[in-house]
Design a protein around this ligand. Structure first.
Ligand code: ADP
Ligand code: MG
Length: 111
């Protein structure tokens, strides 16, 4: 059996009184490639915000590499290898495609 890398369990979150994710479970194995497909407003971006630690949860857990990320801030998740490559025009226009990709491929140590 393949090793679980990312595991979301019972995720509930939303915006004010609007609940966007209603108890979502996702398990992704190391080395697996997953596409998330859904209608506009289905909650895809919200799920990515949850994984990156930008979206507060009302219920549920996120484990990455077997560790609970509940107390892991967004910036620290980047150091652990959780990175988003934004869509559309949210790139550095003055940099090449390669440089834009390289920017997301490493993090500076703080010590
Ligand atoms: N900043 C926000 N304030 C209020 N509601 C939001 C906000 N962002 C998203 N939503 C709502 O949360 C739900 C999921 O949105 P979203 O995660 O952006 O979907 P997707 O990325 O799949 O299009 C939708 O009902 C959307 O209207
Ligand atoms: Mg979206």
């Amino acid at each position: 059996m393949s090793e679980t890398l990312l595991e979301l369990s019972g995720i509930r979150t939303g915006y004010g009184r609007i609940e966007a994710l209603h108890g979502l479970d996702v398990t992704i194995a190391r080395g697996e490639t997953v596409a998330l497909v859904g209608a506009n407003g289905a909650g895809k971006s919200t799920l990515l915000r949850v994984i990156s630690g930008l979206q507060p949860l009302s219920a549920g857990t996120v484990h990455f590499g077997g560790q609970d990320l509940a107390r892991c801030k967004a910036a620290d998740r980047v150091h652990r290898g959780i990175v988003q490559v934004p869509e559309g025009r949210q790139v550095f226009a003055g940099l090449s495609v390669e440089d834009n990709l390289t920017l997301g491929a490493f993090s500076r140590r703080r010590d």
